[in-house]
Design a protein around this ligand. Structure first.
Ligand code: R5P
Length: 282
């Protein structure tokens, strides 16, 4: 039985369609003091697949509660799907005295589950932080699906070398086009510089591909650069559409022609589902 966290309801629904598994009845409450209470009333199965996207601290708490609730209700096996794993970008202590937050949350999640499935975590190495078996799945190819079929001489461009594999996966699934990447320097949480690649973008459709759009700084900087260099059109494809603060506006102001994302986080730009990829391993 699939047990959705409140921030992963679209993904859980897509997984239910894909696998034919039933969806548990769930309730998400908040007490006057701010504490959350997520429950699965009437859960009655031997196996639970808890589906979560931990975009907020509350979502982590809710996940721990749902894991505990299904155990309490008699589940013998609990599988946890993290469509989006929050804190995965804090995979090391960047300054003395900082925590390895990804490890801290992974340990907590491990206490309530027998197995974890992660969809395109920012660093695949975070899988080693879990104390239970953890499988990483790559759903980037799903992003080719919603792209316009008639892109002109497309170039799939990642904003940094770290995301080039995602750009290649999308290009391969799309079936044609070149790939390249920018060099990125991040000065702060919202201040990013990208150095253009040598690739010719003139009169071509460019698809900027990244794993996450968070503040939108990285991708909007990239859109600006390719527009300045005469691209015919600029589209953005990302696995995890966090879209914090004014990210959507930033992309629009930079001159984006289309934005496409998966349902690891449900946003208005969600245009495809990772469910077929996750279904293979749950
Ligand atoms: C970083 O290396 C990631 O791949 C993304 O480029 C980054 O997380 C995007 O963040 P933002 O949208 O805040 O620039």
């Amino acid at each position: 039985m699939l047990v959705p966290g409140s921030t992963a309801q679209a993904l859980a629904a897509a997984l239910a369609d894909e696998t034919g598994r039933s969806l548990a009845d769930v309730a998400y409450e908040r007490f006057p003091d701010g504490e959350t209470l997520a429950a699965a009333p009437g859960f009655d199965a031997d196996r639970a697949v808890v589906v979560a996207s931990t975009t907020t601290n509350d979502a982590y708490l809710e996940l721990l509660q749902l894991q505990d609730a299904v155990r309490e209700a008699g589940a013998e096996e609990v599988v946890t799907v993290l469509g989006y794993m929050g804190y995965a970008r804090q995979e090391r202590a960047f300054e003395p005295g900082q925590p390895v937050s990804a490890r801290a949350v992974a340990r907590a999640v491990s206490t309530g589950t027998d197995r974890v499935v992660l969809v395109n975590p920012h660093e695949a190495s975070v899988r080693d932080f879990f104390d239970v078996p953890c499988e990483v799945v790559d759903a980037a190819a799903r992003l080719a699906d919603p792209l316009p079929a008639d892109l002109s001489d497309p170039l799939f461009l990642s904003p940094d070398a770290g995301a080039i594999d995602i750009a290649i996966a999308v290009r391969d699934a799309y079936g044609r086009g070149d790939t390249d990447y920018f060099e990125k320097v991040r000065h702060s949480g919202t201040d990013v510089d990208v150095t253009p690649s040598d690739a010719d973008v003139g009169d071509r459709d460019v698809v900027v591909v990244d794993d996450i759009v968070a503040t939108g700084s990285t991708v909007s900087e990239s859109i600006g650069v390719v527009n300045d260099r005469g691209a015919a059109g600029v589209h953005v494809a990302c696995v995890h559409p966090l879209f914090a603060r004014d990210a959507r506006t930033k992309l629009e102001r930079a001159g984006v022609d289309g934005v496409y994302a998966t349902d690891t986080i449900e946003r208005d730009v969600t245009a495809t589902s990772v469910a077929p990829v996750v279904a293979d391993v749950v």
